[in-house]
Design a binder for this molecule. Structure first.
Ligand SMILES: [Zn+2]
Ligand SMILES: [Zn+2]
Length: 213
């Protein structure tokens, strides 16, 4: 199964507004799936497959079955709304996986990042937006519009999408090149999350230090 198990981050139930939905697995369940369902990590949908598509998530709070694969999360929908375009336009030009990031600045922009570790940030204000590298080390400073911050418009996104996509890709590839591989969890780590002297990421380091005490 390609989807992640358990509570789906950012999937806010349209009925009760809670963020407690888990993926629904349709079809005849295997023994493993029964166990996952007992642990509350998936919901079992049953064998009746609807040719028009079955809902993807089950809300653990109110029981609603809802959503389709590829639907925007609440944050992603908010980003599309702020940009004034449809979600497919955002995916096509800027990609998916967006989550809101409040960096505490007063630049008047609403910031979103995507990627794990974060690779691209977009700051939006009234249909205009700026692309930036993720804001991780900007700290609690004020007025943090990036120095290279060219303001794009909604029209740029719709009619000059390849220019916007190129600008995004330039930031993303530069950022990816800065990643280090953690030899302990064997995952890429952002440079600000990586301890060079220990050769491991901050979360692995935290585990080791806890046991060293
Ligand atoms: Zn619900
Ligand atoms: Zn690690």
């Amino acid at each position: 199964m390609s989807r992640s198990l358990g509570i789906q981050a950012g999937r806010v139930c349209p009925e009760c507004g809670r963020e407690e939905s888990v993926p629904i697995v349709w079809g005849m369940p295997s023994g493993d799936l029964f166990e996952l369902a007992e642990r509350g990590l998936v919901a079992l949908g049953g064998c009746l497959l609807d040719p028009a598509g079955n809902p993807e998530w089950a809300c653990g709070a109110c029981g609603l079955s809802w959503g389709r694969e590829g639907d925007p999360t609440a944050d992603e929908q908010a980003l599309a709304d702020l940009l004034g375009v449809g979600w497919p336009d955002v995916v096509r030009v800027l990609g998916a996986g967006w989550r809101r990031e409040d960096h505490g600045g007063n630049d008047g922009l609403q910031w979103f990042v995507s990627g794990e570790p974060a690779q691209l940030a977009v700051g939006v204000e009234a249909g205009r937006f700026v692309l930036a590298r993720p804001l991780v080390d900007w700290g609690p400073r004020q007025d943090v519009v990036p120095p290279d911050g060219h303001r794009f418009t909604r029209e740029d996104l719709q009619w000059f999408s390849s220019e916007v996509a190129r600008a995004a890709e330039a930031i993303v590839s530069r950022r990816r090149r800065s990643f280090r591989w953690c030899a302990t969890c064997r995952r890429p780590a952002a440079p600000e999350e990586f301890d060079r002297s220990e050769g491991m990421c901050a979360s692995c380091l935290a585990v080791c230090e806890r046991f060293d005490e």
